[in-house]
Design a protein around this ligand. Sequence first.
Ligand SMILES: *[C@@H]1O[C@H](CO)[C@@H](O)[C@H](O)[C@H]1NC(C)=O
Ligand SMILES: *[C@@H]1O[C@H](CO)[C@@H](O)[C@H](O)[C@H]1NC(C)=O
Ligand SMILES: *[C@@H]1O[C@H](CO)[C@@H](O)[C@H](O)[C@H]1NC(C)=O
Ligand SMILES: *[C@@H]1O[C@H](CO)[C@@H](O)[C@H](O)[C@H]1NC(C)=O
Ligand SMILES: *[C@@H]1O[C@H](CO)[C@@H](O)[C@H](O)[C@H]1NC(C)=O
Ligand SMILES: *[C@@H]1O[C@H](CO)[C@@H](O)[C@H](O)[C@H]1NC(C)=O
Ligand SMILES: *[C@@H]1O[C@H](CO)[C@@H](O)[C@H](O)[C@H]1NC(C)=O
Ligand SMILES: *[C@@H]1O[C@H](CO)[C@@H](O)[C@H](O)[C@H]1NC(C)=O
Ligand SMILES: *[C@@H]1O[C@H](CO)[C@@H](O)[C@H](O)[C@H]1NC(C)=O
Length: 661
Amino acid sequence: MSSLKFFMIFVFLLSLSSSLFTFTIEAKPNYLNHFCSNNTFTGNSTYQTNLNLVLSSLASNSNGSDGFSNATAGQDPNRVYGLFQCRSDLNTTTCQDCVVYASTEVTQRCPTQKGNIIWYDECLVHYSDSYIFSTVTTSPSFSLFNTEDATEPVRFHGIVLGLMNVSTTLAANNTKRYATRQGNYSTSQTIYTLQQCTQDLSSDDCSRCLEQAIANLPNGKIGGRRLFPSCYSMYELYDFYTHNKTASPPPTLSPPSPVTRPTGKKRITSSIIIAIVAPITVSAVLFVAGYCFLTRRARKKYNSLPGKIAGNDISTIESLQFDFGTIQAATNDFSTDNKLGEGGFGVVYKGVLPNGQEIAVKRLSRRSGQGAEEFKNEVELVAKLQHRNLVRLLGFCLEGQEKILAYEFVPNKSLDYFLFDPEKQGQLDWSTRCKIIRGIARGILYLHEDSRLRIIHRDLKVSNVLLDGDMNPKISDFGMARIFGVDQTQANTNRIMGTYGYMSPEYAMHGQFSVKSDVYSFGVLVLEIISGKKNSSFIETDGANDLLSYAWKQWSDGTPMQLLDSNLVDSHSRNEVNRYIQVGLLCVQDNAAARPTMATVVLMLNSYFITLPLPQQPTFFLGKKTELNMQSTECTDSDPSTSMSMPFSVDDASITEVYPR
Ligand SMILES: *[C@@H]1O[C@H](CO)[C@@H](O)[C@H](O)[C@H]1NC(C)=O
Ligand SMILES: *[C@@H]1O[C@H](CO)[C@@H](O)[C@H](O)[C@H]1NC(C)=O
Ligand SMILES: *[C@@H]1O[C@H](CO)[C@@H](O)[C@H](O)[C@H]1NC(C)=O
Ligand SMILES: *[C@@H]1O[C@H](CO)[C@@H](O)[C@H](O)[C@H]1NC(C)=O
Ligand SMILES: *[C@@H]1O[C@H](CO)[C@@H](O)[C@H](O)[C@H]1NC(C)=O
Ligand SMILES: *[C@@H]1O[C@H](CO)[C@@H](O)[C@H](O)[C@H]1NC(C)=O
Ligand SMILES: *[C@@H]1O[C@H](CO)[C@@H](O)[C@H](O)[C@H]1NC(C)=O
Ligand SMILES: *[C@@H]1O[C@H](CO)[C@@H](O)[C@H](O)[C@H]1NC(C)=O
Ligand SMILES: *[C@@H]1O[C@H](CO)[C@@H](O)[C@H](O)[C@H]1NC(C)=O
């Protein structure tokens, strides 16, 4: 009974989230940051039920609200308090879209934590098991700033403080607890400020909160923000909010003015970096650490669907653009000491930005199939994919023939560094391996279904899974097909990008890819993680030539523990091991249609109440003994022109990308 209920809730949430992404195609708010508390609840608890009530009530209140609403559900100790606040210059549609999106995303980012907060440009959603209404809450908090210094930092900051001082009084007295100001910095530059409190605060509380925000604003940078759960202050050198219609005409009616948008050589390239100022009760510090914050104009917040980014907004693109000098300096002029690895796409270097942020820089060696504009557009789209199990793409650099991608730096090495090294295998105990498998599954699910771009990774493999300091997996190299101009929607391609050992039969033989080819690669990954053995260089064992056949044999013989990596020392239940192997085998079935989707896989890995189907025996293996002909193979080898007919005898190690170390 209880398991059924849990399952129903799960299915409901899944269907809710998928219907949300299907129907609200216009609305993806611009994510800024989130914090999860460290007290947790369990899956089928009353707390979960109350939380769902609060979130759905907030989402429905956001239609026709005044930009703010609060809700409570349940009785102590399972009582849940929740609120949202939209930025007061935005219309109801925008507000509702943001709140609906946020209510789903926050539970994905903080699935079992009791009290969490998520900020977007457009709204914030905050809930807790303790009373949060009409109370000034200034923790957790964070700052964002543009890395660019103002030309006269002291005078600049003085003007900002002056504007904020006036605007604090205005906001505190305004019923929406919101105020904006603008002031001249130079003849051609105007400083714009915006302040907002949650509307449940009293006038005095709002004023107190904003004073704290102002006191902690970044100093002397050309853009900065300080955000608390109860209020925020922000300023930019460009016009980023909607003007009060009675005070000035709506900006959409007038062409962009050169006053607010420096043009030509004076255009400012802004790569903006997050600074985490006070990470209190954070469960996702690492996830947040690499985040760069993108300046956007208000009307550019909602992006059109992929492929429809025409007439792109230059200021948006530039916010992702690093200049070549910065990258050169960060990587010590691409010094070999900074080299992290090398793969088919290019060499990867470690870099450190002037503000101390570490990045991984991939200098693309291959000619991409598209021009600068398309490249920028694709990078911009891929950079929007943000998930705790994906390596974040921070931006790019274009200079002459140089194309460079800048990524979040992930401290631990890639999964293969641990998994296939006899000395280090032991560091991955069973529960860590399960966590890694589940994390990879969530990352792929996001790529496939939740991100709206419907990215097919096409090159999932252990070396493309990086591990952060807590051994959380982060998938890298996604979206490369887009960046290289391979049409994602095309179901058939002669440019094959995968890696031997992970390619599904239909992909390897016919160049057909779909989300199910990623599912296949995921299945191989699962079996490799469980066994600690490489599929591509499997040594014949018990009459099985490859890992998949071996896994099938052990599983069907009822001896799943035989497959387990012998270095595993911690305890693990036979049922759980059996289940994970079965999920792996379901994913590597020859028939793509028989493989589960990633949504089902995530469900199977997380719920023990679901009976798994029985897999068919995998018969296909792209191993040493198979020989295939391909028209053109753009695998990870460096020169596509040489690989016309390729016997699959290449050892995985020689073609594996080792990015980023
Ligand atoms: C959160 O973690 C900190 C230290 O890890 C601990 O002191 C604090 O009590 C925890 N808070 C909750 C609400 O569990
Ligand atoms: C799950 O729900 C059942 C009743 O529906 C209850 O008996 C059980 O204690 C709950 N488990 C948890 C962990 O809350
Ligand atoms: C919002 O409310 C209006 C009427 O108040 C209704 O017509 C509209 O369908 C609602 N929209 C959504 C998405 O619920
Ligand atoms: C909203 O917050 C106020 C206090 O600011 C409180 O009195 C009211 O009960 C809350 N409403 C709900 C629905 O929780
Ligand atoms: C609300 O604002 C968004 C973005 O500014 C705009 O695209 C949309 O048309 C507006 N909707 C309404 C109903 O005014
Ligand atoms: C504004 O400036 C005045 C004079 O310097 C100061 O007394 C006041 O506290 C400031 N107000 C705020 C909200 O910072
Ligand atoms: C509200 O405005 C008045 C002046 O118009 C000002 O004296 C007062 O300090 C303001 N209130 C707050 C809380 O800032
Ligand atoms: C800012 O500059 C504009 C044009 O240079 C001028 O009209 C305006 O009065 C100035 N505003 C302030 C507050 O000085
Ligand atoms: C917009 O302007 C009107 C009239 O000047 C004023 O009453 C209203 O409070 C302003 N709204 C905001 C959000 O500043």
